[in-house]
Write a protein that binds this ligand. Structure first.
Ligand SMILES: Cc1cc2nc3c(=O)[nH]c(=O)nc-3n(C[C@H](O)[C@H](O)[C@H](O)COP(=O)(O)OP(=O)(O)OC[C@H]3O[C@@H](n4cnc5c(N)ncnc54)[C@H](O)[C@@H]3O)c2cc1C
Length: 400
């Protein structure tokens, strides 16, 4: 067996179209004088340029706001929550039907981002969800599908095996197939948003963790998109940071390739957490558990991948997709930023209205990236947003 690699199996060299990377395309210094005649230098400052922050920066800059983004590492680094080549996207959202309107918009927004950046980002592969009749995944998916009349197919075990012969579906299990399910590519999405932000005149400052109070001196609005580092920003949002490892395996044949095999999400008795994954699209079949229970902190993450991380995923994959994991390619440790109720925080801070938080994405945020960028820009511009996002308010955890 090949040994897992450390610090990420894959990385893409970063390229920003249309200009230099550091300090943005205006050629000015990001550390220019703080204010002119008492007027903040920037309309918006974004702390953290991972999945969410890059989208927020792009949307704000493209609306003509004077924008600056701060990132403690390099552009498109792979040390945060937004790397690993694939993030699942689906509409029949088992977590809660309230997400569905945002998801419907997300599909369009991903296509718009693809056109604007000339990059392929959204892969519709179909998604097979498998579980018991009363499993949270199947019940929740069917509830969202029925509330929003989404096209899904409910299959019993033999129907499921007939349609998707590569999957072992137990006699007492059912399957929900969503043809619109698939994945988006996180590294390419960040690169696309940073490129658009730069082209729209945003400044960017890399290589140093910034302090919220200092940034507040420079901008009228500050959006904190710090991912798992939000925990240490002193904003009082209750978060648990969880280590989760993504794995890639060499499959036995082409039946596990994109185009032949759908993405999958399996809630099975005996699995500690749901197993999810993606067909081979070049790097191998990817699989991981959605949740691990291993609490950590962003700067203390154990990035080494151990046999104890690999074997339970391999065993689970063997039981669901025999032949999908004949050899190990590599793994990557990543972090969930979990709120107590597993719903996001997208709102102004109850104690500092100039600070907006977009965090606590609880291991299921990436598919929403372009919508989050769009909504935060709308909120900063004082525009009405066409979604009910009250359930994302920070006031559920913090009083003013
Ligand atoms: C293993 C794994 C699998 C997942 N699978 C899915 C999935 O299938 N589908 C899905 O929708 N979602 C999924 N998610 C969740 C999704 O990836 C995250 O919700 C999303 O990436 C969070 O993005 P973010 O911008 O909040 O965090 P990040 O991308 O981590 O960005 C935060 C950024 O802030 C920077 N930063 C922090 N503090 C400072 C500071 N003080 N100064 C400057 N910079 C700072 C960091 O360096 C980092 O770049 C998964 C997550 C993981 C870990």
């Amino acid at each position: 067996m090949k040994r897992p690699r450390r610090n990420g199996a894959f990385s893409i060299p970063f390229r920003v179209p249309g200009g230099p990377i550091f300090d943005g395309g205006r050629g000015g210094s990001a550390e220019a004088p703080v204010q002119r005649m008492g007027v903040p230098l920037y309309d918006v400052a974004v702390i953290g340029l991972g999945g969410m922050g890059s989208a927020v920066l792009a949307h704000c800059a493209r609306r003509g706001m004077r924008s600056i983004g701060y990132e403690q590492f390099t552009p498109g680094h792979n040390l945060g929550a937004s790397s690993g080549q694939s993030r699942m996207i689906r509409k029949a959202y088992y977590e809660h039907p309230s997400y569905v309107p945002l998801l419907l918009r997300a599909y369009d927004a991903w296509r718009e981002l693809e056109r604007a950046s000339n990059t392929e980002l959204l892969h519709v592969t179909g998604l097979l969800m498998i579980g018991g009749e009363d499993s949270a995944v199947l019940r929740g998916a069917m509830q969202s599908a029925s509330e929003y009349v989404l096209p899904v197919e409910y299959l019993n075990a033999s129907q499921g095996r007939g349609r998707f012969p590569m999957f072992c579906i137990r006699e007492d299990e059912y399957a929900v197939y969503e043809a619109d399910g698939g994945y988006v590519v996180p590294e390419a999405a960040i690169q696309a948003h940073l490129g658009l932000a730069l082209d729209a005149g945003a400044q960017m400052n890399y290589g140093r963790a910034v302090d919220l109070d200092r940034v507040l001196e420079k901008a009228s609005h500050v959006v904190v998109c710090a991912g798992p580092w939000l925990e240490s920003m002193g904003l009082g949002i209750p978060l648990e940071i969880e280590r989760n490892v993504q794995h890639w395996f060499v499959p036995s044949g082409r039946q596990f390739s994109e185009g032949q095999c759908p993405a999958f999400l399996i809630e099975r008795e005996g699995f500690a957490h749901p197993l999810y994954g993606f067909p081979n699209h070049g790097q191998g079949v990817k699989a991981a558990f959605h949740g691990s229970g291993q609490v950590t902190h962003a700067n203390a993450l154990d990035r080494e991948v151990h046999d104890t991380d690999i074997e339970p995923v391999r065993a689970a994959l063997d039981s669901v997709l025999p032949g999908a994991a004949i050899d190990y390619v590599g793994g990557k440790a990543c972090m969930y930023a979990l709120t107590p109720d597993r719903h996001f925080v997208i709102s102004s801070h109850p104690r500092e209205p100039r600070v907006m938080v977009a965090g606590g994405f609880s291991g299921h945020g990436f598919k929403f990236v372009p919508v989050v960028g769009e909504m935060v820009a709308d909120l900063i511009a004082g525009e009405r947003i066409p979604f009910d996002i009250d359930f994302f308010s920070a006031t559920r955890f913090l009083k003013g």
